[in-house]
Design a protein around this ligand. Structure first.
Ligand SMILES: [Zn+2]
Ligand SMILES: [Zn+2]
Length: 338
């Protein structure tokens, strides 16, 4: 046993406070990772506020983790102390449920999300199943790698699945996910329109390679997209059901709205909107460890980088409030000083 500093939330809705707690040795199939950086994802608020089934308090959030393997348990192949690794939303799979037996690990029925199945990454160290580890390539710092485990892979995967070079796509919302989606899209050769509220982010969107910028406060989103030829793929990264609803008629024939912003409110879609145009509204959850690795590899190759604000672990509460107030530019990453 050794003592680490860790953020914890004692009760639902409670503040994030720094505590000392014990951490043990990794068990069979597990690795202990010395954390260097951990991104703050909007979904962490769902953990703090007890919005997922089976959460246990005190709770340590954090599922955008980057660091180094410190120790491995028995039965762990391919990983050794010193390896640079990331662990994202995908925090391990069971290997024997129906989804796993089909090789569909991201939909594992016993999916182990860090912060949910075990204490998460707002801490100096973490013990994870070794099948959750993604290798960090040279060229990405820990603070750049951390957000790839949730925000990065969540936009990289649907873009490479649904869009082909030269397709027109829309990125709805320009925050932690949106600014990474834009960079990935540009590097994939996609014609990208950014949809966001107000003019504040327009300049940066163009600087990062957007072809068009649609201010949803002054323009109706669907006709604006149709004027450009319609979107083959719209990535709804904003946690706003109304804006998702308003985007559907901006899709091309056969276009897909990929829902990423997690909100409880319904997205309204009429049969008319989807039947004749064969449109799809589809959810999408993050990506497996190897997909996180691929997102990082692509980023290292092409220069895609999250824009991060580094905040020391002991100021987690301040960083969390900044994220909730949508003041982060664009991802807050907790650092441990390693
Ligand atoms: Zn997340
Ligand atoms: Zn499983």
């Amino acid at each position: 046993m050794s003592i680490i500093r860790s953020v914890q939330v004692d009760q639902p809705g409670g503040p994030l406070r720094l505590v000392d707690r014990e951490i043990g040795e990794p068990g069979f199939g597990q690795a202990r990772v010395a954390i260097e950086a951990c991104g703050m994802c909007h979904t962490d608020a769902g953990f703090v506020n007890n919005m997922f089934p089976g959460l246990r308090f005190p709770l340590t959030p954090g599922h955008e983790i980057a660091g180094r393997v410190e120790a491995v348990g028995q039965g762990v192949e391919a990983w050794a102390p010193g390896d640079r690794v990331a662990v994202g939303w995908f925090g391990g799979h069971c290997g024997y449920c129906a989804s796993c037996r089909h090789g569909d690990f991201i939909h594992c029925q016993r999916a182990q999300v860090p912060g949910w199945a075990y204490p998460g990454g707002y801490a100096e160290k973490i013990i994870v199943p070794a099948n959750a580890l993604a290798r960090v390539p040279e060229g990405l710092t820990a603070a750049e790698a951390a957000p790839m485990g949730c925000a990065g892979v969540s936009v990289f995967n649907p873009l490479r699945r649904h869009a082909r070079p030269d397709d027109r796509i829309a990125i709805v919302g320009f925050g932690g996910l949106g600014h990474m989606a834009l960079q990935f899209a540009v590097q994939m050769g996609l014609r990208t329109a950014v949809v966001a509220r107000g003019k504040e982010k327009e300049e940066l969107a163009y600087k990062l390679g957007a072809r068009h910028y649609i201010d949803s406060l002054s323009e109706d989103v669907a006709p604006a997209l149709q004027k450009l030829g319609g979107a083959r793929v719209a990535l709804a990264t904003a946690a706003n059901a109304d804006v998702m609803t308003a985007t559907i008629d901006g899709l091309q024939t056969g276009g897909v709205l990929v829902v990423l912003g997690a909100v409880a409110e319904p997205v309204r879609v009429s049969p008319f909107q989807v039947i004749l145009q064969s449109r799809t509204v589809q959810g999408h959850g993050a990506g497996t460890a190897v997909e996180v690795e691929e997102a990082m590899s692509f980023a290292a190759l092409t220069g895609v980088r999250p824009l991060v604000e580094e905040v020391p672990l002991e100021e987690a509460q301040t960083g969390y409030e900044r994220m909730l107030a949508n003041k982060a530019r664009f991802r807050i990453v907790l650092t441990t000083g390693r």
